[in-house]
Design a protein. Structure first.
Length: 197
């Protein structure tokens, strides 16, 4: 009788442990799914057609474009910075004017037109393309996108900031240093979520 009772207790313990394991595995699966849904909601694929077109036109990685837009405006086409940058990719008036003359653009866009996602993305990705050809690595390119070409060129010529004149060992503007790291982080998340094969 005692042996039968011990067997029943052991079976009950085994069943209880199995139930607990099933509950924990189910909870882990639900949490993983919820985290994935939350992450994708936080990192949306907005403006896909415009980004695909600009990526193809200028040869710029889509993950990078999404990373820049997420960092610059969090996908708000009407975003305006305190410095006067406008739109999804936060272009400054003088940069926009320079880009229009750089390729002798046939369009007669006004600065306010940068609230149009297609126009903003096209010019923003054009700028990324120009910078990627000018600088040898993405970190330097992103620093120029945020801090300006003139500043980055000065930093590259300064031995305190660059050993080789091509890469930055120190980014002297804290905002620009934080910016390039955040873009790289957002780019990596977009790549992992949507573009990793």
């Amino acid at each position: 009788m005692l042996i039968m009772t011990k067997k029943k207790i052991n079976i009950k313990i085994i069943v209880s442990i199995a139930v607990i394991i099933v509950i924990l595995v189910s909870a882990a699966f639900i949490l993983k799914k919820a985290n994935s849904v939350y992450t994708q909601a936080s990192y949306p694929l907005k403006y896909q057609n415009e980004i695909d077109a600009a990526s193809k036109k200028y040869g710029v990685d889509k993950s990078l474009i999404y990373g820049v837009i997420k960092t610059e405006s969090n996908f708000d086409p009407d975003a305006k910075s305190s410095a006067g940058a406008l739109g999804l990719m936060q272009l400054m008036p003088d940069t926009f004017e320079w880009l229009q003359t750089y390729y002798k653009d046939e369009n007669d866009y006004k600065f306010e037109d940068l609230t149009d996602p297609a126009i903003n993305i096209d010019y923003g990705v054009e700028l990324l393309s120009i910078l990627s050809k000018r600088y040898e690595n993405e970190e330097t390119m992103l620093c120029a996108y945020n801090g300006g070409l003139g500043n980055v060129d000065k930093w590259l010529d300064n031995k305190d900031y660059s050993d080789d004149g091509k890469t930055l060992k120190v980014v002297p503007f804290p905002e620009t240093d934080k910016y390039h790291k955040l873009v790289e982080q957002n780019k990596s998340i977009y790549y992992q979520l949507y573009f990793k094969k």
